[in-house]
Design a protein around this ligand. Sequence first.
Ligand code: ATP
Ligand code: MG
Length: 425
Amino acid sequence: MSKLIQAIRGMNDILPEETPKWQFVEQQFRKLMAAYGYAEIRFPIVEKTELFKRSIGEVTDIVEKEMYTFEDRNGDSLSLRPEGTAACVRACLQHGLLYNQSRRLWYLGPMFRHERPQKGRYRQFYQLGVEAFGFSGPDIDAEMIMMSARLWQRLGIADSVTLELNSLGSIESRRAYRDILVAYLNEHREQLDADSLRRLQSNPLRILDSKNPDMQALIEAAPKLNAHLDEASREHFVKLCNLLDAAGITYRLNSRLVRGLDYYSKTVFEWVTDRLGAQGTICAGGRFDGLVEQLGGRATTAMGFAIGLERLVLLIDEAQFARYDSAPQVYLLALGDAAEIRAIELAEQCRDALPELRLLLNAGGGGMKSQMKKADRSGAQFALILADDELARNEITIKDLRGEMQQQALSQIGLVEFLKSSLKL
Ligand code: ATP
Ligand code: MG
């Protein structure tokens, strides 16, 4: 036998036992997007490398260390998308979607980052992303946060997550703060670790985000970003907090929340949990009013967030998820050649009449015992049995595999009615 080929490290198969949970989350997300009037957009998985460099920033972790970049056969530098926002903006500009109008959009799909794989951190992972363009007020920030809060409720995880909130101010005020911060950190250079020394030049705000315990005292005492906000950003932030208060959404103000990407300004937020160890952020986002212009469009305000689907799926507990059942409801057994032909016919009739019905038809023959075993294993509520006896009388035998109902023979004509009422279809 030849050697088995394994998947690439950090890139997961999602097996049939797990996909129902994914489908449940995706379905809830899609319904939520429809409820708030957001439209789906799809864009390619591969883009020109330059797109990500220009949007995410040259000196961010993603662009410096995490991108899957390669030359294609024409010699162009391409990258697997590490996130969705840049490509979303690119597609909007290319197709004139932002021309004199606002947009509310969402997307869902795999992203790629060359990170160290561990629980909740992978090299291919899925994001649910939401972006709104052309809304400058805090009302859209509030809408997005409320929308995400509603999703946690619908997924039954609202008790496991908390909201962290901050404002980064305008790009100009952030630049001014950056100088103040660098001056402070320079004064305490001897306390900086190697990572922070490197970031002092390239991305000093990220130092505030350091998880190194030895640096915490220094960071706590650092000048606070929110004490240096410009007036417009401060007003925007106060209004947002008022809207969230009115909506009954609780949050923690976290002045160290800076996010890893260059393009954010004003509002930033994260939903975090303590149930996933170090990979505690399940949703992150903020305002990126400068990005559209940076990518060659007209200045357009923008706000968005992305949810890590793997981390979300890890959080959803089985009890809550039981509401979403994807197992077959009915298993149809067919014994003998004639019964097999009639069974296909009956199964199709049931599916015609009951589009929501989940019916599994026995395939591959087998005796009564082995077919019943398969019926039981399938998780179906009812086994429907079609053998010579039933055929001769135009009947079908119904056996309740999970409940109390007596086994009974039913006229085939009455089958649809029976399933409809007993399965509430
Ligand atoms: P982290 O700080 O955990 O690295 P990030 O700031 O790099 O996250 P974003 O770029 O904001 O993450 O992506 C939004 C969300 O996507 C994250 O909050 C997380 O839930 C998820 N995510 C990011 N990177 C990964 C990954 N490598 N594997 C799984 N999920 C991820
Ligand atoms: Mg990261």
